[in-house]
Write a protein that binds this ligand. Structure first.
Ligand SMILES: *Cc1c(COP(=O)(O)O)cnc(C)c1O
Length: 468
């Protein structure tokens, strides 16, 4: 064994081999040196464990393929593109919405050049970064005024802090929800400086419950979209219209956290989804202030959009917290480009990938599934059983939680490798592919895979199946 240890090449020798490799040569020497040391430590472990037993295995050229893969793996960017084969359209862990191409280009341009971010081109004076999107947002939604912050969690926080600090906010018990990633309404409320006044029972809240809770300490009435969960059966919530009437009687603002906040009316376009009011409807019903995410059903970048009556929006804009939550120029550029499509619902559906994927019809899904199946079969031959069968996709992002979207899945059954191993290997493919296991098959949902990604899917699966 000590003979083997002596045979381990020096770091300098390996370093000179690494510097001949153009994929790695650009890395700083100090970093490569550290990584080579780590690699050699692992070799020593393998010698001790008896996994390396022959001197020839320690030649530079014998170690090279392993070392090269180790280093390439360590130096590649940590933030990477992945293929979403899960069929969950707004997948929070995979970056929520894929943006329209025009939005990506607008973000690129905002990064690559100077811009009029806070510069008024009419007057040559300082301008407001929000002015342009505010006008667009108001045009689409019918609201009097609006602003945009970093995300919807920030939106809820700044709304409550501005309108209800040190005062009570009345909320139905059935709406005290936790959204994934630790956003809980009661906890956000505490941080905003407002006090939670819960009313009703978990499953039923009546107008009278709100009425009875209102006192001189009340600052606002809040309605929260229950997002990722739903109460079914013996259940009642008070409508926004009723709350607005009550708010007017007592001169209290009525706030709604809409969560996903859709401009696109799925029902009006023939999708028999569960009825969900659009932002336009909520504004029409007279809400004082409403907030929602930019990267859920809107299909744009991460943002928190706040709309409503000018008299409530103006103080929110002036809250010093706003400065700490402001959105950056890339987001703003991408948001404007996305919003422009929302001026025309047909265009929105065509151009915004999130809406296009959610509203994809069954015929197209079947075609996509068949095409993917054929391409896989051509490459993988008989090594894998490939079938297409009906399944379900999800909207995700807390939108339409009980709504299954019928789809066609491409199921892969592999003789030499278990579904779970296949799933794990595909996460290490380049680019990584995220799918799901169903009926003992590894399944790909074509709804969330773009046609231009098929080649990558085929290559990734080939690398797993062929063991390369
Ligand atoms: C998603 C969601 C949030 C959080 O929005 P982010 O944009 O992720 O910060 C808040 N409230 C509801 C009801 C939601 O669905």
């Amino acid at each position: 064994m000590s003979a083997l240890f002596r045979k381990i090449p020096s770091v300098d020798l390996l370093l000179s081999r690494v510097e001949d490799d153009e994929d790695l040569a650009f890395m700083p020497r100090t970093m490569l040196r550290d990584l080579i040391n780590d690699f050699l430590d692992a070799c020593r472990e393998e010698i001790r464990a008896g996994k390396i037993a022959g001197e020839e295995e320690l030649e530079v050229e014998a170690l090279w393929p392993g070392l090269r893969d180790y280093l390439r793996d360590r130096v590649k960017p940590r933030f990477r593109r992945v293929i979403n084969a899960t069929g969950v359209v707004i997948h929070t862990n995979l970056g929520r919405s894929v943006l329209p191409e025009e939005a990506c280009r607008a973000a690129y341009s905002a990064c690559a050049h100077y811009s009029n971010l806070e510069f008024d081109l009419d007057t040559g004076l300082r301008g407001s970064r929000y002015a342009l999107v505010e006008e667009l947002l108001c045009r689409i939604s019918g609201a009097e005024a609006g602003l945009v912050v970093n995300n919807n969690a920030a939106a809820v926080l700044i709304i409550l802090n501005t309108l209800a600090k040190d005062r009570e906010v009345v909320v139905s018990r059935g709406q005290l929800v936790e959204i994934g990633g630790s956003f809980r309404i009661p906890e956000v409320m505490v941080k905003s400086g407002a006090f939670l006044k819960e009313v009703g029972a978990t499953n039923r809240t009546h107008l009278k419950d709100y009425q009875d809770a209102i006192s001189s300490a009340t600052g606002a009435l809040l309605k929260v979209h229950t997002s990722n969960y739903r109460i079914i059966g013996f259940h009642k919530e008070v409508s926004l219209k009723e709350l607005v009437r009550l708010g007017l009687e007592h001169d209290l603002p009525v706030i709604e956290d809409m969560g996903s906040g859709n401009f696109f009316d799925f029902q009006a376009h023939g999708f028999s989804f569960m009825p969900e009011p659009t932002v336009q409807q909520v504004i029409k019903d007279g809400v004082s202030v409403v907030s929602f995410s930019g990267d859920k059903l809107l299909g744009g970048p991460q943002a928190g959009i706040i709309l409503g009556k000018k008299k409530f929006i103006d103080p929110i804009k002036k809250n010093p917290m706003n400065r700490a939550m402001r959105i950056d120029k890339m987001t703003l550029a991408a948001l404007e480009a996305t919003l422009r499509f929302h001026l025309d619902p047909q265009k929105a559906r065509q151009k915004i990938p999130t809406l296009r994927m959610i509203t994809m019809d069954r015929k197209e899904l079947k075609n996509k599934a068949d095409r993917l199946k054929n391409r896989l079969r051509r490459k993988l031959g008989n090594r894998v059983d490939i079938t297409v069968f009906p399944g379900q996709s999800r909207v995700g992002g807390g939108a339409f939680p009980e709504q299954d979207l019928p789809t066609y899945l491409v199921g892969l059954g592999c003789r030499d490798i278990s579904c779970e191993d296949m799933r794990a290997f595909l996460l290490r493919a380049d680019p990584p592919l995220v799918g799901r296991v169903e009926n003992d098959l590894f399944c790909l949902d074509p709804r969330t895979i773009d046609g231009s990604e098929y080649q990558m899917v085929v290559e990734s699966l080939w690398s797993v199946v062929s063991g390369r």
